[in-house]
Design a protein around this ligand. Sequence first.
Ligand SMILES: Nc1ncnc2c1ncn2[C@@H]1O[C@H](COP(=O)(O)OP(=O)(O)OP(=O)(O)O)[C@@H](O)[C@H]1O
Ligand SMILES: [Mg+2]
Length: 465
Amino acid sequence: MIRLTLAEVAGLTGGTLTGGDPATAVTGAVTLDSRTVAPADLFVAVAGERVDGHDFLAAAAAAGAVAALGSRPDPALPCVVVDDPVAALGRLAAGVHARLSAAGLTTLALTGSSGKTSTKDLLGQVLAAAGETVSPPGSYNNDIGLPLTVLSAGDTTRYLVLEMGARGVGHIARLCAVARPDIGVVLNVGSAHLGEFGSAEVIAQAKGELVEALPEGGTAVLNADDPRVLGMAPRTRARVVTTGRSPDADVRAVDVTLDDSARGRFTLVAGGEEHPVALQVVGEHQVANALSAAAAALAAGLAPADVAAALSTAGPRSRWRMEVGRRADGVTVVNDAYNANPESMRAALAALVGLPATRRIAVLGAMAELGPGATAEHERLGRDAAAAGIDLVVAVGPDAVGIADGAAAAGRRPGEESVLVPDRAAARQLMSEVLRPGDVVLVKASRSYGLELLAADLLEEGVPR
Ligand SMILES: Nc1ncnc2c1ncn2[C@@H]1O[C@H](COP(=O)(O)OP(=O)(O)OP(=O)(O)O)[C@@H](O)[C@H]1O
Ligand SMILES: [Mg+2]
């Protein structure tokens, strides 16, 4: 965070300072959670569905916050009063970002239906090898998370990596108005949130807002292996760099193989150079993510050899994405329960197939927000899982019934190899009965089903007592 006086906070947000000295400075962080407030922080009071941040102003004051940004004054703490604290947070971040950009900060933003966080984490580690980088773990990709990320950058930050998510048209344009990127990466157009968007074309429209926001001197990194992403090229003023497996791609991977832990190895071809890469992250889908990260880092001025070397040491940074845990009894648990959509389910199943195992088991919950095609998508997934060679398909919860039906339709014996269990507890019970040494079990579902808890339970069960 850069140093800001309360007068500057009021100026940038268009708010009115109540109860404090305008010359007092915020020198700590900007935070929404009163439990994490530290001295010299700015506390943003947001009224959420369950709790209202305004109820925690006294706690924030006690923890050392110098002021709040909120929608009403409070005797507990000086407050910059605004109509809408979330919108004001965006304006504050925009003001800070403009200053940092003018001082030489390079901003790199990513969007896509799947793999934003995974790619951000790779890119953040690659850039960190070259200069001070802000790229927080997790998925801070919305109207709150993105401004908070921007505000965590400071005068010494060289690279800022931003994840941008969208649940509708106009969302990414709004995030780009907070922090206009110099380099924009579009990974893929899939079916995440298809129910809300309506069609893949509308998703492409929304994701492409990122490249529309880029300046003339910027770079758009487009995945040439996804036609809807490549189709965004005419929508940008920026230079276009393509990534992918095809010989036409500017930054490409050749000789792609997977090692016996399903980690990609390939030759990175870029700028007339070739360098070997051995990824530390699991799943073939990470090769595409790594190429996107590589192209973005090259656009930021890094050398191909350094990019290849940094990609080869970059590890997983955010929880519940292809986390491979091994139990003492020889069972492997793959926790990919952060979220799920048809593409990410298939990516995870492909990784499961790539892992050495005596038996492969997929414990899958439903994919949320798919809209009218949801039932058919779940059945197709169950069929594909069976066809890919998954030995046992367990569907968790009534919304996931199609997965078991599809697996059964593709030849998995109902009740034995394709099973529907009512909930997480039943899934755990079933696993405690069937898991044997040498099994690899993948756990995945949309976020709302909380299957990461199941994965944690399964790992714990293997701990010798
Ligand atoms: N390039 C990819 N193609 C398909 N699936 C992918 C890709 N990269 C990651 N995944 C899958 O998607 C899951 C979520 O990955 P990640 O968290 O990186 O995506 P995200 O786009 O940030 O998601 P969110 O929209 O929830 O923020 C991973 O666990 C993995 O199964
Ligand atoms: Mg994410």
